[in-house]
Design a protein around this ligand. Sequence first.
Ligand SMILES: Nc1nc2c(ncn2[C@@H]2O[C@H](COP(=O)(O)OP(=O)(O)OP(=O)(O)O)[C@@H](O)[C@H]2O)c(=O)[nH]1
Ligand SMILES: [Zn+2]
Length: 227
Amino acid sequence: MKANTAEQTNLNRLVLSNEAIKVRDALINSGLETPMIDNGLTSEEKYQRIKSAFEDVVTTLGLDLTDDSLAETPHRIAKMYVKEIFSGLDYAQFPKITVIENKMQVDEMVKVSDISFTSTCEHHFVTIDGLAKVAYLPKTKIIGLSKINRIVRFFAQRPQVQERLTQQILVTLQALLETDNVAVSISAVHYCVKARGVMDASSSTQTTALGGLFKRSDKTRGEFLAR
Ligand SMILES: Nc1nc2c(ncn2[C@@H]2O[C@H](COP(=O)(O)OP(=O)(O)OP(=O)(O)O)[C@@H](O)[C@H]2O)c(=O)[nH]1
Ligand SMILES: [Zn+2]
């Protein structure tokens, strides 16, 4: 029997890590959560519905679903949506986070550059290809370096606008590191601009989200924005 929405929400709470819950709450409170509805569907139910919907799309386009190359396409797209490119909609997939006490009292900037990611534009459902730069000034906590890349990837695995992706990474690190002193910048190519519509093959878009000292101090901001 299928759980109702309230039961489903309780079930979600059971499987989510403390970090995932903390991050989700921080995004909701700051108004930066991706607009989502809790439809109560399991991953398997989502897969089945998307597969069936894409059978309609493929046949509506006039393509032959009995052809051996096309036959599995609705299955592939459904699997890709649920388990891969939109897996970041599910907080059960939020990465395991290692945060340790700042016993060595690091107080200079930690900066990770050239974090490559691909995401999906939520207006057209085509690829965004980008590089992120993330920095923070350690206070009481420091985070395992690879976890920064994993957080970028998690939020990239959602339908996105670049501005929201940038802010979501900022608020997530602020919540996990318990400091406002975080900065994120992203440079990305949108395939909805490159491969359709205006068909501009060379433009890219920069977005920046700055917290605490990164916003208030020209020196700190300058150090972050420099390569
Ligand atoms: N601000 C912002 N806009 C985005 C992002 N990704 C795509 N867009 C834009 O979303 C807009 C959607 O505009 P619409 O006029 O509704 O869609 P459209 O008719 O397909 O527009 P064109 O892309 O100009 O052909 C376009 O201008 C896209 O370039 C993003 O991450 N941030
Ligand atoms: Zn787009």
